[in-house]
Design a protein around this ligand. Sequence first.
Ligand SMILES: O=C(O)[C@@H](CO)OP(=O)(O)O
Ligand SMILES: [Mg+2]
Length: 423
Amino acid sequence: MMNDTIRSVQAFEILDSRGNPTLTVRMTLEDGTEAFASVPSGASTGIHEAVELRDGGARFQGKGVQTAVRHVNEIIAPQVVGMSAGDQADVDHVLQSLDGTMQKSRLGSNALLGVSMAALRAAAVSRRVPLYRYIGGAQATTLPVPLLNVLNGGAHADNNVDIQEFMIVPAGAGTFSEAMRMASETYHALKALLKSQGLRTAVGDEGGFAPDLRSDTEALDLLLKAIQTAGLEAGKDIVLALDVAASELYREGTYHVGGESKTAKDMVEWYRTLVEAYPIVSIEDGLAEDDWAGWSDLRQQLGDRIQLVGDDLFVTNPTRIVRGIEENVANAVLIKLNQIGTVSETLEAIHRTHRAGWQAIVSHRSGETEDTTIADLTVGVNGTQIKTGAPARSERVAKYNRLLLIEADDPSLEYAGWEAFHR
Ligand SMILES: O=C(O)[C@@H](CO)OP(=O)(O)O
Ligand SMILES: [Mg+2]
């Protein structure tokens, strides 16, 4: 018999994919269910994100992951034991009120999210349903198009490329597994191409290459070449997406790109030339996290042609998303559980995004673990796209592998394909 009353909650310090401390939470239920959830950690974090208690940050006055672990074990656990794991909204409400701050800085968003995700996972296990089915019920019908980061620049790489992430997007595949095959073949073709040009093939945090390139267009040309070498057609089988992470390029009121200072208007014109020359379907964080006026212009100029995704701009925060919808500054939202700190608030962010007719793209962080919750979350909410790195490095591949298993288990789910970019 199912009895999803929470019996115990315990946090442990573990390592993330960068070798930095993070935490995992084990929740047990009265019916004997045991579930774990692990929390990721970003590098290019938005200033409006929920605050994790992270080791080494001067900002946290010596409060690191150990403190977050203690908060779970000593403050949160006694309050949630006895609650029902399936009452996600109630559990998350308790977490939010125990913390009591706007950005979850008292207990730490990592402490809160670990418990919130553990409740979600435990409730599904207890009901003996796959996590995506527990989240989405009969309404989960879609498998997402993956956005795979294969080339890096910006603050993440030691080269002359300004854009942080160049992603390949196999929208033309017929199934999710075919999409992964196309993506990994392109990834390997890219590696061979870099090698043949004497360029570095070491990979960054998300599994993408970071060769020493002269410009952003050289990076885009390399991708087109790799797609072709893999026997695929750019624009038909695979298209491209960018994460500019423009907050990182923004200093003292201007954007610093290619050794020049640019206004928001110049940036929009730059994107127009890129979109005209390359099969780019999506640009994330094209402008900085508080440049609302610039974003509004970007949306007016390019919003009918391509997907414009807010990451640092919205930080998965329902309040910022509502403002973005009202001011019509984008048409898609990047969704990261740890930017907001609870499952319920993440679901609210997704629902508000979808209700506006915008796309919600569930995303990993640059510091990840083997936790695959985001794969199930994407399917559960009928997300048409997922962003979780290169098809290499196990912490990224774990999410893709989970989706491959979901596809194999449930033939009723349909690959989103081009529908993902329908506006
Ligand atoms: O900018 C981003 O979108 C993410 C993930 O790719 O990076 P980070 O986790 O470092 O914020
Ligand atoms: Mg981003």
